[in-house]
Design a binder for this molecule. Structure first.
Ligand code: ZN
Length: 285
């Protein structure tokens, strides 16, 4: 297992940690300012959200490269199914392709997929998961032509209804097995999988298909399951044990810190947040 106490090259910031995934949240730093602040502190990479990139992908990518930072990924594809997805299959696929194009222009090798919830008019998750598999299968060659890999991210089951019919690493790997597309894998976010006693077995099965590892913590007394994620070390997730299994499955990539925290971390000075991440990354991750 890599020793993060001495080496920060695997540390990446997901800019949602500064509120950049939600309009009006956080301190409103530009992508460039965020890149510079991460580079100053020795971060190895950064992961952006589409809403902060807009039409400036090439310029932001160049700024990151010049600062010595890897653009590790882009969040995210549109919801592919469920009540929050674009209306209609064609609208979903058009936006899916647009997100792949943006990842390619950014030079981001990974596009994260949050599937969306239960498709309107259906019940349970089976039909929704089938639609997800169909739509990812259709987009995978388009992404491969652009050197973009697609990371299916299972979300905590609490989001099953509206945000993610995909709730376990098992189901995510089942989709990967069914598709057998070389550029489709999974993202393992501790916030979503920490509770799963089957996780070790699923990680052992994942082989080389882990495309991302996301860090935060689950607060024992969380006040909001969407926007009250904890800083690493402040909660109950067994971060080191999970990372050990993720690395044993062959993952040696960046570990991105992704903390949605409207009431706490988004209200602080981003410099303090970035410094705290460094301390915790080196000690508890
Ligand atoms: Zn995540």
């Amino acid at each position: 297992m890599r020793d993060f106490s001495r080496d920060m090259s695997a540390l990446a910031l997901n800019t949602a940690t500064l509120g950049h995934n939600v309009e009006g949240a956080g301190a409103g730093w530009s992508p460039e300012r965020t890149i510079d602040a991460c580079a100053e502190r020795g971060y190895g990479g950064i992961v952006f959200w589409r809403r902060e990139i807009g039409s400036r992908a090439a310029g932001i990518a160049a700024h990151a490269r010049a600062a010595g930072l890897t653009v590790a990924g882009l969040c995210r594809a549109p919801f592919l199914v469920g009540p929050l997805a674009p209306r209609g299959r064609q609208a979903v696929m058009d936006d899916f392709h647009a997100s792949i194009d943006m990842a390619a222009e950014l030079g981001a090798p990974i596009l994260t997929i949050v599937t969306g919830g239960v498709e309107p008019g259906t019940r349970g998750v089976a039909e929704s998961l089938r639609l997800v598999a169909d739509r990812v299968a259709e987009a995978a060659p388009y992404a491969a032509e652009r050197d973009v890999r697609l990371a299916l991210e299972p979300l905590n089951p609490v989001y099953g209804g509206n945000r993610s019919c995909l709730t376990t690493l098992r189901d995510a790997l089942d989709i990967c097995d069914a598709l057998a597309a070389p550029n489709v894998g999974v993202a393992v976010d501790v916030y979503h999988v920490w509770w799963d006693t089957d996780l070790p077995r699923q990680l052992a099965r994942a082989g080389g298909r882990i495309l991302g590892h996301h860090l935060c913590d689950w607060l024992a007394d969380t006040s909001d399951v969407l926007l009250d994620r904890g800083m690493m070390g402040d909660g109950v997730a067994d971060l080191k044990t999970i990372r050990s299994a993720v690395e044993a499955a062959g993952y040696q990539g960046l570990c991105e810190v992704e903390i949605f925290s409207a009431g706490n971390w988004w209200k602080r000075d981003p410099a303090e947040v970035l410094d705290t991440i460094v301390t915790r990354f080196r000690s508890v991750c």
